[in-house]
Ligand binder design. Sequence first.
Ligand SMILES: [Cu+2]
Length: 443
Amino acid sequence: MTSVALRAAETQLDLAGTTAETWSFGPVPASTIRMTAGDTLRATVSNDLPADTSVHWHGLALRNDMDGVPGATQAPIGAGETFTYEFVTAQPGTYWFHPHVGPQLDRGLYGALIIEDPNEPLSYDDEWVVILDDWLDGVTATPDEVLEELKGGMGGMMSGGGMGGNMMMGARSDLLGGDAGDVRYPHFLINGRPPTDPETFASAPGRRVRIRLINAGSDTAFRVALGGHRLTVTHSDGYPVNPVDTDAVLIGMGERYDVLVTLGDGAFPLVAMAEGKDDNALAIVRTGSGEAPTAASAVSALTGAILTAGALAASSEVTLSTRAVDRELSATLSGSMMAYDWAINGRRFDAANPMAGALGVSQGERVRLNITNETQMWHPFHLHGHTYQHSGAGPRKDTSIVLPGKSLSVIFDADNPGLWAAHCHNIYHAESGMMTILGYKTS
Ligand SMILES: [Cu+2]
């Protein structure tokens, strides 16, 4: 049993001299929770915020009543209340936790959950958890204010609503198929720190490091590279893949990639370019002398081969068995930034009636889920409680980038009964309606 106490409370975050009023579980990110597969996690969450909250354990196939989704799996944790999450962590990997209430994801309420493999097959000398984030809370607006502004729609803005300042037009990325994001952020952070005050990871030349990349952002995909190094991608969303070497990886909100690097001698930039937003997050790897690189000096690292999930294949031990599909489901993503009417299968999620339009499965079925993006923008689609496999022997994942006008077919076994949220991990899209429930039939 691993017991942790998480106290959600108002706090101040120092961003290289800018003080941001925010909400967090202590430091930003929260202290990493580290345990061994098979152990039980007991996390007691006390809510000292002036609002309801919850904690969702992103990527874990846990018991449904611990999934942290108010309206589907639990009542919200009210202000002044305490709730204890307790569940077995069966699968090793890189996971994380964050609230599932309103746009609280875009505050400082997040941290890494690392589940070690007692029979770890990889060999490495050091490990580094790297959490990427787009930050505005307490600097330019609160996430609630941003959501209100966005719900007015880009159309409202252009017809005289005025430039609220938090909406972003013209964020373009070829990798993301066009429109990269909706929200303007003043800061991009690695482990809670802006590029002007970067974290330094100290190691030694020749050492092999496992970097666990987590995108905790709300509206930003990052292109990540380590200057002067190639990355060997070993895991997607916690699950092993056949290793692939690359110069950089593209990581959408909610996704995780584990990479191995063998360090050179000197000081190197770990750069996370905010895709389409002309800004960067930065951390430093130092193994020797040399001037610390800046984000600007490091952008050349981002121009080589860029890996996306489509280039990966699950390793054999986590490849789903071959069997016939029992049930085929569709999740068609629709909506536009103009109207901010994001939806799944033509229905905007209604928290007061969460089961309307739910996707139904029966326990034991092999399921194919076809995710079709009919919008003009990319979406990071996330399914709770399951780690599906991309069709065609692709990677195991729980969060996948679906490009505009494209479809993604995924396969999973319905082996974890309950009511599971399935939604876009752009928190502003999810909170505007791009969410549904995958539900197990009880008879
Ligand atoms: Cu979306």
